[in-house]
Ligand binder design. Structure first.
Ligand code: PLP
Length: 548
């Protein structure tokens, strides 16, 4: 770029301009806007650098802590953002980016987001949101209906009721889970006689009043880490999220759950919430929700279902039965920014009982007055954007059957990919896809044979080397920038519960084709050959084991 001597200056006149005069169509930002609306994917593809730059290098571009003493022209700064930020960001909507829960977005959300930002409504109170408040309440009603399927009169009675709420819209699954456990905690330590409740008097006095030695939340060992954050901020402590063992399919074991509940009670520890996971983050499996509901009733626990990722499956009449029992939950977490294809920052917690939120209600004089319809009186967050509008628009524009097609296609694509993996003798499927998520790894065919006959010591060495190889391939693939799968560590029964590093694939992007899936496997095979350490070690050991 040619250096020019133009210099922006901080005058009231130029400040007035940035609030009143739009960027010209042929300015840098104007051109970007045009390109984004004409072909977003092309824009991202051409502006995001293909190969990875080390993070330490990128940090150098963001190293000054000084707030500029002189302004920069919009175009110049936009150019900086393009070169240094956009270029080094991640192409999450690329059809070959199949490693995370973030995927492509429908086009209509771009201009609608602009309207949302332009309006800049604050959903904390009616005064700054007006129609956005009924809209958000309707969205919560629609998702409540999706989960609990109450009749029309239920929604007419409660959806817009000032002293009730069917849930809370928030920034994501983490806040949603915190809110759910907040309600559960306040209910188990509710006001009682002289005691004015944990919300008012705090945990110390609450425990003294109720005479418990401790509290506990139970969830399978595949539970999301946000539950631990929740326990931490709620003063219960991370140790009190008790992980319950899972079966071969990563579902919580009911016998283990019952045993844990009984042993806690015997120690005067109050288990107050059971969390079922509907789509674990690592493997996509769903806990037996119906049986969990029974156990929760039996033990007088709040039953929360963390369906942050998998909840969207309810849109599919075909696969909805996988989540049977979710309609018996006291609360459910769903992220719209995962499988409902809404941009980041759209989470929800939904309560079966419209009066549940009374446990966390908060009033203030100047806003959130009693009897007002202000959403802020029962949300953890204060100021909040009109994000619900984007989910509202998506549900109207895509419709339930449209979402069903997206969900069904994703699940069927995952099944197809699982078939590809199974048919290829050099790969091992680790977890079957129940939803559109699966895990697998590269294991040369000969090594698979060797693992069957190896003695314990050799097998351990092989498994360790395979973990290194998986890590190597995953990193290389990410760095080369053509495609991306993520990796996680599991403890499959098949390998004696040894820690096993696996590729993790989430197939939610509707633009991912079967050919892309084939080429992901091809690339992984090629990258494996570049391993100068693990693969030779694996080959040698394999050969020795098979000779014996
Ligand atoms: C993603 C996820 C969360 C956390 O949601 P955020 O939106 O990232 O805060 C919680 N639970 C499960 C099961 C998830 O998949």
């Amino acid at each position: 770029m040619a250096v020019d001597n133009r210099k922006a200056d901080a005058s009231l006149e130029s400040l007035h301009r940035i609030f009143t005069v739009p960027e010209a169509p042929e300015s840098t930002l104007g051109l970007i806007e045009q390109k984004i609306s004409q072909n977003l994917n092309e824009f991202l593809r051409t502006h995001i650098a293909a190969s990875e730059k080390p993070l330490a290098e990128i940090e150098k571009d963001f190293s000054s802590a000084d707030i500029p003493e002189s302004p920069t022209f919009v175009s110049d700064h936009t150019q900086f953002l393009l070169n240094k930020l956009v270029a080094q960001s991640v192409h999450t909507s690329a059809p070959s980016f199949i490693g995370h829960m973030t995927s492509a977005l429908p086009y209509f959300l771009m201009p609608l987001s602009k309207i949302m930002i332009g309006l800049n409504q604050n959903l904390v109170k009616i005064e700054t949101s007006k129609a956005f408040t009924p809209l958000e309440r309707q969205v919560l009603g629609m998702i409540h209906n999706l989960i609990f399927n109450e009749d029309e009169s239920f929604y007419q009675q409660w959806m817009h009721s000032a002293n009730h709420s069917l849930g809370a819209f928030c920034s994501g699954g983490t806040i949603a889970n915190i809110t759910a456990l907040w309600v559960a905690r306040n209910n188990v330590l509710k006001p009682d006689g002289e005691f004015r409740g944990v919300a008012q008097e705090g945990l110390f006095r609450a425990m003294k009043h109720y005479g418990y030695d401790d509290l506990a939340v139970l969830v399978s060992e595949r539970g999301h880490y946000s539950l631990k954050k929740a326990a931490d901020v709620l003063g219960i402590g991370r140790d009190c999220v008790i992980p319950v063992k899972t079966d071969d399919n990563n579902r919580v074991r009911l016998d283990e759950l019952r045993a844990t509940l009984n042993s806690l009670k015997a120690r005067n520890i109050k288990p107050f919430a059971i969390v079922g996971v509907a789509g674990t983050t690592e493997t996509g499996n769903i806990d037996p929700l119906d049986q969990l509901a029974d156990i929760a009733v039996e033990h007088d626990c709040h039953f929360h279902v963390d369906a942050a990722w998998g909840g969207a499956t309810l849109m599919s009449n075909k696969y909805r039965p996988l989540l049977k029992g979710i309609e018996r939950a006291d609360s459910v977490t769903i992220d719209a920014h995962k499988q409902l294809y809404v941009p980041m920052g759209a989470g929800m917690v939904i309560f079966k009982n419209p009066a549940s939120v009374a446990a966390i209600e908060h009033h203030a004089e100047y806003i959130l007055r009693k009897g007002s319809k202000d959403l802020g009186s029962h949300t953890l967050e204060g100021s909040r954007s009109g994000m619900a509008m984007l989910l509202f628009a998506s549900m109207n524009i895509i419709s339930r059957p449209g979402y069903e097609m997206l969900i069904n296609n994703s699940i069927e694509k995952a099944k197809y990919f699982a078939e590809l993996i199974k048919q290829d003798p050099d790969f091992e499927l680790i977890t079957e896809p129940e939803l559109c998520l699966l895990t697998y790894r590269y294991v040369p065919a000969e090594t698979q044979k060797a693992l069957q006959v190896a003695n314990t010591g050799d097998r351990l060495v092989l498994l360790e080397a395979l973990n290194d190889l998986t890590k190597f391939i995953q990193k290389r693939q990410r760095e080369s920038g053509k495609s991306f799968v993520s990796r996680t560590r599991l403890t499959p029964e098949k390998w004696g519960h040894k820690i096993t590093t696996v590729f993790r694939v989430v197939l939610a992007n509707p633009l991912t084709t079967n050919d892309i899936l084939k080429s992901v496997l091809e690339e992984q095979k090629e990258l494996a050959q570049e391993s100068l350490h693990s693969l030779p070690q694996i080959r040698q050991l394999t050969a020795r084991i098979l000779r014996q």
